[in-house]
Design a protein around this ligand. Structure first.
Ligand SMILES: [Zn+2]
Ligand SMILES: [Zn+2]
Length: 241
């Protein structure tokens, strides 16, 4: 399980790093949300914590497979049992579940009594690189891995749909930390900008410590009034350069 997660993570973060930090670095420079680059020391620290996270995700993934084998989960193995409509639907529901889980657990670990133990490792990156996506303390890794058994226990989901959901979550987490705003200029002027979160949203969370707790969507932050007051202004500034 750890090897499976590591492969995903290395692939997605490796591609993001190669594109944003080597190949397209000068071409994309005006879209770098924080113009300075993270240091090698930052990236080394992020990669080390990420390795530990992959191991913890692997252990919790393996424990979830044991639950599947024991028949305690709602995981099903025959796609025809629920059809292809639900196969794709289950990926979407898992993403919405994860977005809600992430928003509330993330807000919780920003509580002053919990922050130091659970979340301070992640916030050592004020200017994150793609390797910051999994750079969390072991305590936070356990919390974040909780979505694996939660989905398996509550949602009828095929292992392939789960694999797709997991690949999307790695991709979104890496995209949010790579440091480039790749969305179109018009996004914030349409409903899509109110619906989806953006890399600017999460980078602003890292460099300001204020608001912007979401992962995939901007819905919970809007409903709860926790967007950074300057989020949209910052987005327009980055895409208008
Ligand atoms: Zn945070
Ligand atoms: Zn982050």
């Amino acid at each position: 399980m750890a090897a499976y997660d590591l492969t995903h993570y290395l692939l997605v973060a490796g591609v993001a790093w190669f594109l944003g930090y080597v190949l397209c670095r000068s071409w994309w420079a005006n879209r770098k949300i924080i113009p300075e680059m993270p240091t090698w020391a930052d990236m080394r620290r992020e990669a080390m914590w990420s390795t530990l996270t992959v191991v913890i995700y692997g252990l919790i993934g393996a424990a979830t497979i044991a639950l599947v084998k024991a028949g305690w989960t709602r995981v099903y193995l025959n796609i025809d049992d629920f059809g292809w409509g639900w196969f794709w639907g289950s990926v979407a529901v898992a993403i919405f579940m994860h977005d809600t889980y992430f928003y509330w657990t993330h807000r919780l670990i920003h509580h002053p009594k919990l922050f130091r133990f659970f979340h301070s490792v992640h916030h050592e990156s004020h200017n994150p690189s793609p390797w910051a996506a999994y750079c969390v303390s072991p305590g936070e890794a356990v919390i974040q891995a909780g979505i694996i058994p939660l989905v398996a226990l509550t949602l009828p989901i095929h292992p392939l749909a789960f694999g797709l959901f997991w690949f999307l979550q790695v991709t979104i987490a890496v995209a949010g930390h790579t440091g480039y705003e790749f969305h179109a200029k018009w996004l914030m002027d349409s409903w899509l900008g109110k619906f989806f979160s953006t890399p600017t949203n999460h980078i602003q969370h890292h460099d300001s410590f204020k608001g912007n707790f979401g992962l995939y969507f901007n819905l919970w932050d809007r409903w709860m009034g926790t967007n950074h007051p300057d989020y949209e202004k910052r987005y327009r500034e980055v895409v208008g350069r």
